[in-house]
Design a protein around this ligand. Structure first.
Ligand SMILES: *Cc1c(COP(=O)(O)O)cnc(C)c1O
Length: 352
């Protein structure tokens, strides 16, 4: 008998297969940047880099600390997507040969002071209204400083996963109109995962792909979830029609039932508000959450599963049970589910 514990299993061979799928969608001339912010969307950044370095042209991260760690293990292009906000950080970033995103004139001042015009990505706001220059402000800077400089013009879509959303066309139009006003050596990058899949013609010079390589993009069955989140059954009981399960008696038995309790709760990162009826897999069969998620355990209706017992695994998601099932049936996004699993859950990284 072993000590029972909840596990998160990471399979890099699936990440590799997803990258191959996504590369098939883009132009041969487009470069492939793997976005691995937030510890590679929870997949353990250094291990992932080691296992995909031959497949990609570069990486994107958000934190300087992450970029510096990454530079120790890869010679590929590394884009620091939030750029720098001080001379100290600028110095550290350039010493590590990082590409920098410039979002605003505050950041541009640092670049200007240092007279540094290599490997810059100028981000323009085309409708997200989060980061990036507005057109007029950017054109002023361009006309004064950039007419003879090579750089990448970048923007980010707010609804690329919903192709019919009118914001996509508005953002593309703004982006392309601005690009037309620049000299011919300015490169382009706007595509994230949703853009590659829904608007592959916009892959341009660099695609920046995150969620797709980890298999969390909704609506593409070929991309597989690279993580398995599984928890062992630690108790099984029979209850009578009319009895209630868990806090607040949310789940009421409409018939006699069999209930399994599994060893994972919101302290492990499973959201507290997961709904009754959410499908999980036990011994390759569908079972359903029944009762509120507690701090340490979750209750599952296993009335239809004859052969389950203590120590059997309950899978919340896996390559064969997409993380999108758990996300979409609970008003969550796969991005959030991937990165919220706590350190109390034992992580296993499968060697290729
Ligand atoms: C996170 C991020 C991406 C990747 O988006 P996905 O939807 O995960 O593919 C691309 N560009 C920027 C600027 C990002 O912050």
């Amino acid at each position: 008998m072993s000590r029972l514990t909840t596990e998160l299993l990471i399979e890099p061979n699936i990440v590799r297969e997803n990258i191959a799928q996504l590369k098939n969608k883009i132009n041969n001339s487009s470069n492939f940047m793997a976005i691995i912010k937030s510890d590679a969307y929870g997949h353990i950044l250094p291990n992932i880099v080691n296992d995909i370095d031959d497949l990609v042209d570069g990486y994107g991260v958000v934190r300087l600390e992450e970029a510096i760690e990454l530079r120790k293990i890869s010679n590929k292009k590394i884009l620091l997507m939030q750029g720098v906000y001080s001379n100290e950080d600028f110095k550290e970033a350039t010493e590590n040969s990082l590409d920098l995103v410039i979002h605003n004139s505050y950041q541009f001042e640092i670049i200007k002071e240092n007279n540094y015009f290599q490997n810059l990505w100028f981000k323009i706001n085309t409708g997200m209204n989060r980061l990036g220059f507005d057109e007029e402000e950017f054109m002023d800077i361009y006309n004064s400083y950039l007419t003879d400089k090579k750089f990448i013009l970048m923007s980010h879509l707010s609804a690329s996963n919903v192709p019919e959303d009118p914001s996509n066309k508005i953002q593309f139009d703004k982006y392309e109109n601005l690009h037309k006003q620049l000299h011919s050596d300015v490169s382009k990058s706007i595509a994230n995962t949703g853009c590659i899949l829904n608007f592959p013609e916009k892959s341009y010079d660099w695609v920046r792909v995150g969620i797709g390589i980890f298999g969390g993009y909704i609506g593409n069955e070929k991309l597989k979830t690279a993580m398995t989140l599984r928890s062992p059954i630690i108790n099984i009981r029979n209850i009578k029609k009319g009895e209630k399960v868990g806090y607040d008696g949310r789940a009421v038995a409409m018939k006699d039932m069999k209930i399994a309790t599994v060893y994972m709760g919101y302290a492990d990162g499973l959201p507290n508000h997961i709904k009754d009826g959410t499908v999980v897999k036990i011994n390759n069969q569908d079972a359903r959450v029944f009762g509120k998620v507690s701090m340490d355990v979750t209750t599952i209706d296993v009335s239809n599963i004859n052969d389950c017992k203590i120590e059997d695994w309950c899978e919340f998601f896996s390559p064969n049970h997409s993380i999108n099932n758990l996300a979409s049936s609970n008003g969550l996004i796969s991005y959030d589910l991937m990165i919220r699993i706590k350190s109390r859950v034992k992580r296993y990284y499968k060697n290729i």
